[in-house]
Write a protein that binds this ligand. Structure first.
Ligand code: BG6
Length: 503
């Protein structure tokens, strides 16, 4: 099994990660773009500081701009310095960075790229390749075909891997089409579809928490759980991404990927082994069991919203439709809350409330498991019928903690209860932390698919969301869109529909 990096913690609670050893060329398409400079190149540079990049790796930036290798290196240097990166390995790192200008519309340019990669590979003794598509999704198909045409996707005693960023299509049809284009040259085992949520430490902890402890699993089902609430709220607005976001909206941007992953991790059955395909098989079963939305009663299951102007941290922020690049009559949702059910034995009848929105009061991502009340209150004569039920919160960000609330006697002569909390701060005693992108790149170098989407799951999620996407894409859906003030907890409609749902 390729490089799975699970190890017991050492005496200090640290955990060593496995170091990939195969030399390779990492070819970044869109190398001069935002993603490359903000995430990919800094992560590679950080990994090269003894954190996991094999010494014989080379990096080849590819983009349309006519840049020399030195100019490309210089731009990386400036950007790293501006972001306060440790530069002690700069000389050795930069000597392994190259650049090639490629016109994506020309198949000949891909053949030239193949020559360039081969020449550099011979010079540095590497014949494995990772292609990272850090380009707008509209370019994925062209690049995948260009790579296949130039013979760059073929494995012949070496390995070739392709990293694809979300979104994986715009809907089920386009996702199929994209996949067909990828499959012309690549096989599923070569493709790594990134979901940066899976690389978050606290997201990875969900499986450990559930399946490395015996005490929670017996309670993790419809007998003891009342509801599950998965929330990812953000303070940020659409920023400079209107071109993409106004066509995507929150359902495609957050639900089709990150929220669905969180749902699968909290709902899946235990796999027999911590191994990529066994884990992905169990997630796929969850998606297969999702109850389809009743299209004749969508209002009971879905609330969509869009942010209006408001105050955030004492500053006025404009409404979504006044953001640069957004159409003034845009009906794109920036908020969604949905109630969904999983039709299997474990979860029958348990609602999962999934909520995500931009320009909300605070940034937080968490999963809250609400347990049922005690079946009978022996304190009903003094405390009434209801005793607040237990809650378990897996808090992903910005707090990284596991919190259990339960009832205890309030100290003193009277018989009173109080809500108390037991919590575990995730960051305690963990010296080695990788950023989400460092982690993702490391896993690709190791050839481990655990943190990546598989196409069958993607198809199932698109199918599940299709009825509501069709509604949202309908020009007469305006009445379904509830405005909420920036800096608040989303539309009032959510509280009207589901009074117990707090964001
Ligand atoms: C991205 C979305 O995938 O995730 C963004 O495209 C969103 O719109 C971001 O802001 C949220 O990620 P995080 O890690 O900040 O929760």
């Amino acid at each position: 099994m390729p490089g799975v990096a699970i190890k017991q913690g050492d005496a200090n609670g640290g955990c060593l990660h496995e170091k990939p050893s195969d030399p390779c060329a990492i070819v970044i398409f869109g190398a001069t773009g935002d993603l490359s400079f903000r995430k990919i190149l800094p992560s590679l540079q950080a990994l090269s500081c003894d954190k996991g990049l094999p010494e014989d790796c080379i990096i080849i930036g590819v983009a349309r701009s006519a840049l020399s290798i030195d100019e490309f290196r210089q731009r990386i240097r400036i950007s790293l310095e501006e972001n306060g990166a440790a530069m002690n390995n700069w000389d050795s790192f930069s000597q392994r960075v190259f650049y090639q200008s490629v016109d994506l519309t020309s198949m000949d340019a891909f053949s030239e790229l193949a020559e360039f990669i081969k020449a550099k590979g011979n010079e540095f003794g590497t014949n494995n390749t990772i292609f990272h598509l850090a380009v707008p999704p509209t370019a994925y198909e062209t690049i995948a075909r260009g790579l296949a045409h130039a013979g760059l996707s073929r494995e012949n005693g070496n390995w070739v891997r392709l990293i694809v960023e979300k979104p994986f299509g715009h809907d089920l049809v386009s996702s199929h089409r994209l996949n067909e284009a990828l499959m012309e040259g690549f096989s599923e085992h070569q493709i790594y579809r990134i979901d940066h949520y899976l690389a978050k430490e606290t997201v990875q902890n969900i499986l450990m928490f559930r399946f490395a402890n015996a005490i929670f699993e017996p309670l993790w089902n419809r007998r003891y759980i009342e509801s599950v609430h998965i929330t990812a709220s953000e303070k940020l607005g659409v920023e400079h991404r209107a071109g993409y976001y106004d066509h995507a909206g929150v359902l495609r941007d957050m639900f089709q990927n990150h929220m669905m992953q969180l749902l699968a991790l909290v709902a899946m059955e235990p796999p027999s082994l911590y191994e990529a395909d066994r884990i992905r098989d169990e997630k796929t079963k969850v998606y297969r069991s999702l109850r389809p939305f009743p299209t004749n009663d969508l209002d009971s299951y879905l609330v969509l919203g869009q942010y209006a102007a408001g105050m955030m941290d004492g500053q006025f922020v404009p409404s979504y439709v006044k953001e640069p690049g957004v159409a003034s009559d845009s009906l794109t949702p920036t908020f969604a809350a949905m109630k969904i059910f999983i039709d299997n034995w474990r979860w029958q009848g348990v609602p999962f409330y999934i909520t995500s929105g931009k320009r909300m009061a605070e940034k937080h991502t968490e999963i809250e498991v609400r347990f049922k009340e005690v079946p009978h209150s022996m304190y009903r004569n003094i405390l009434g019928e209801h005793i607040t039920a237990n809650r378990l919160t897996l808090s992903i960000q910005p707090r990284e903690e596991v919190r259990l609330t339960f009832q205890a006697k309030a100290p003193g002569p009277a018989m009173c209860l109080r809500n108390v909390t037991m919590d575990f701060d995730y960051s305690q005693g963990s010296p080695i932390r990788l950023s989400a992108y460092e982690k993702v790149l490391l896993e690709v170098l190791l050839g481990d698919h655990t943190l990546f989407w598989r196409q069958d799951s993607i198809n199932l999620c698109w199918s599940f969301l299709t009825p509501i996407l069709m509604e949202c894409d309908c020009p007469d859906q305006a009445e379904r869109l509830h405005l909420y003030k920036a800096g608040t907890n989303g539309p009032h409609r959510v509280r009207q529909c589901w009074p117990d749902t707090e964001v």
